[in-house]
Design a protein around this ligand. Structure first.
Ligand code: OGA
Ligand code: MN
Length: 211
């Protein structure tokens, strides 16, 4: 992995924490100018009405928006600008390390921009949902936050449940990457009191549909 561009990211520590806890929070995952460019791009696409209300499965539109209030846009690695490509490169490099050192056998990475407008939230859920053959393919969830100067009273925390009673509230501040095992960690997004921008992604194992 190219660590020259982001000297702050210590991948050894990251892999270590992930393997012992099943989750990790990592600051300054990408250089600041890339984070800025990613945020600009998300906001531009939002302004151009390219984002769509996110869906969760079988429910209709108004049931959906009670559960999850973000708008999203999936990304296609081949077609995107250089900041997004830099992000993909870093995630693929991370995927290689996860496979090499933690034997995770991750085959692919899928990702979308997400914007929560004021009041937007996402109720408690697991990222392995749905009934398709593919439902269990998501192994590791990732969220990279793009929000400048986020304060505690801006809300919008990622609430990660560590067990039945304990949880961790994580502020969605620019450059922070959170990784957690998709099958294990229930989580929610607390109501955001200002616009909240992120890149959410999933490292996937091979689709189960071929078995
Ligand atoms: C999701 C999700 C968390 C976040 O999109 O599935 O849980 O902090 N996002 O944005
Ligand atoms: Mn989720």
């Amino acid at each position: 992995m190219n660590t020259q561009n982001n000297p702050q990211t210590n991948f050894e520590t990251l892999l270590d924490s992930l393997s012992t806890q099943g989750y990790v929070v990592c600051e300054n995952f990408l250089p600041e100018q890339i984070i800025l460019a990613l945020r600009d791009e998300a906001q531009k696409r939002y302004a151009n009405l390219e984002m769509r209300a996110a869906k969760t499965g079988l429910l209709n539109q108004s049931q959906q928006s009670n559960i999850r209030g973000d708008q999203i846009m999936w990304l296609d690695e081949q077609l995107e600008n250089s900041a997004i490509q830099a992000y993909f490169e870093q995630m693929h490099a991370l995927r290689m390390l996860l496979n090499q050192y933690l034997f995770m056998n991750l085959q692919a990475f899928e990702t979308h921009f997400a914007i929560y407008t004021v009041g937007g939230a996402y109720q408690r859920h697991l990222d392995q949902f749905g009934h398709g053959n593919d439902a269990k393919a998501r192994q590791l969830s990732s969220v990279l936050y793009l929000n400048n100067d986020w304060q505690v009273d801006n809300g919008g925390e990622l609430r990660l449940y560590l067990n039945e009673i304990e949880y961790l509230d994580i502020l969605p501040t620019a450059g922070k990457l959170v990784l957690f095992l998709s099958a294990k960690f229930w989580h929610e997004v607390r109501p955001a009191k200002r616009e909240r921008v992120s890149l959410t992604g999933w490292f996937r194992s091979r689709s189960h549909s071929l078995i």
